[in-house]
Design a protein around this ligand. Structure first.
Ligand code: S3P
Length: 424
């Protein structure tokens, strides 16, 4: 795919549903006994992986008039899967469903694609085993995993060793099947959609977020309304900021404050971004965002912000490339465990466009910003790398070619169509 420089963008965009909330809505609707209706669901490969897994566990899921209708199974009523559960490329599907499967009475096997099979699972295996789950895994703690059913799970108190909403949610979903209270302490807050959607009790205690869950929080059938994904919006926000004479409005974007770090940071960098309207449905904030061309300056990125912006770092580094001063990020070792090793993927590609880059174990710095050559970008089959460098190519004078844009279907299959709508 060749990407050409564009002059400006203008318009109003409606983007697809939030990926994290979409996964959870399908899971909670499948757990609940009875009917749920999901509006605004993301239609993308990762979400299809979650849908397929729950269909394989016996759930009836149908699409009608743009809504997803799920007839949920009820407490511990899933059926023995007909075949191993295919989680595709999706870490969220794998880690969250593991918490649910640990509490069922049957055995299940989880597997995924090449990228997912390289990602760490020890982080969920350990707390699940502390809860009494039985898991069969290979020496390297990677997929495939076999979760043995029929275990009597027990409540635990758990201090999160990594800042991970997926691990936290895995434990919370297992905890939903236990009468006693499971308690999690998080020293670095991560996205809190599971807590909001299950209306869990959370408090701030001695610098930690304390989250409590028990079978009392088990979901019931209901209507879910999903706002647009701020992680998908971030690509368009950066494009509008970095091009001259551009103006963009993105409607109904999720503004949950465990996800809005990217907006705060871009505003700190000098970005002209305004929230025009803010509403709240079922605990989740959302609203319209207006963005205008701006002169950006790089700023320090504090450690405390990293979990909040973890998925936006690829596109943030593109904004950092076009901003005044050097772009530098640290404290982001977790990026090495995403759909690709994103620190390495970003360094390789900034080098390919002509920059000098210093790579650290937990981040990188773009030292000499140059983009005067033709560059072949490697997506590393990672959707956020392919989209970040598509945006790069639309802003820079560099002739960009991307080896493959296939992976974009993981989170936003309509990405290029949406771009065409606003190029003027
Ligand atoms: C997600 C949590 C994050 C994020 C991922 C989605 C979620 O992963 O990177 O894209 O929906 O809980 P970690 O929690 O592993 O950091």
């Amino acid at each position: 795919m060749k990407i050409n420089k564009i002059e400006k963008i203008k318009g109003i965009l409606n983007l697809p549903g939030d990926k994290s909330i979409s996964h959870r809505a399908i899971m909670f609707a499948s757990l609940a006994k009875g009917r749920s209706v999901i509006k605004g669901l993301l239609r993308a490969e990762d979400i299809f992986s979650t849908i397929n897994c729950f269909e394989n566990l016996g759930c009836k899921i149908v699409e009608k008039n743009d809504e997803l209708i799920i007839n949920g199974m009820g407490f511990k009523r899933f059926k023995t899967p007909q075949s191993p559960l295919d989680c595709g490329n999706s870490g969220t599907t794998t880690r969250l469903i593991s918490g649910i499967l640990a509490a069922q009475d049957f055995n299940s096997i989880l597997f995924g694609d090449k990228s997912l099979s390289k990602r760490p699972m020890k982080r969920i295996i350990e707390p699940l085993m502390l809860m009494g789950a039985r898991v069969k895994y290979s020496n390297d703690y990677k997929l495939p995993l076999e979760i043995i059913g029929g275990s009597q799970l027990k409540a635990i108190e758990y201090r999160m060793p990594v800042a991970s909403a997926q691990v936290k949610s895995c434990i919370l979903l297992a905890g939903l099947h236990i009468d006693e209270k499971t308690i999690i302490y998080e020293s670095q807050p991560t996205r809190n959609h599971t807590e909001k959607m299950l209306a869990l009790n959370t408090n701030f205690v001695d610098g930690n977020t304390k989250i409590e869950v028990s079978s009392k929080n088990y979901p019931v059938g209901k209507e879910y309304i999903i706002p647009s994904d701020i992680s998908s919006a971030a690509f368009f926000i950066v494009l509008a900021l970095c091009l001259k004479n551009s103006e963009l409005i993105i409607k109904n974007v999720s503004l949950n404050n465990s996800r809005t770090g990217i907006i705060d940071l871009l505003v700190k960098m000098g970005g002209n971004i305004e929230i025009q309207r803010k509403e709240n449905i079922a605990g989740e904030d959302f609203g319209d965002i207006s963005i205008k061309s701006s002169n950006l300056k790089n700023v320090d990125i504090p450690k405390s912000l990293i979990p909040n912006i973890i998925d936006e770092i690829p596109i943030l580094s593109v904004a950092g490339f076009f901003a005044e001063g050097n772009f530098k990020i640290n404290y982001s070792e977790e990026l090495r465990h995403k759909e690709s090793d994103r620190i390495n993927s970003l360094c390789e590609n900034f080098r390919a466009v002509g920059c000098s880059v210093e790579e650290y174990p937990d981040g990188f710095e773009i030292i000499n910003k140059k983009s005067n050559q033709n560059a072949l970008i490697q997506s590393f089959n990672d959707h956020r790398i392919a989209m970040a460098f598509s945006i790069f190519g639309m802003i820079s004078n560099c002739q960009i070619e991307i080896d493959s844009t296939e992976s974009i279907k993981i989170s936003n299959p309509e990405f290029y169509t949406q771009l065409k709508q606003i190029v003027s």
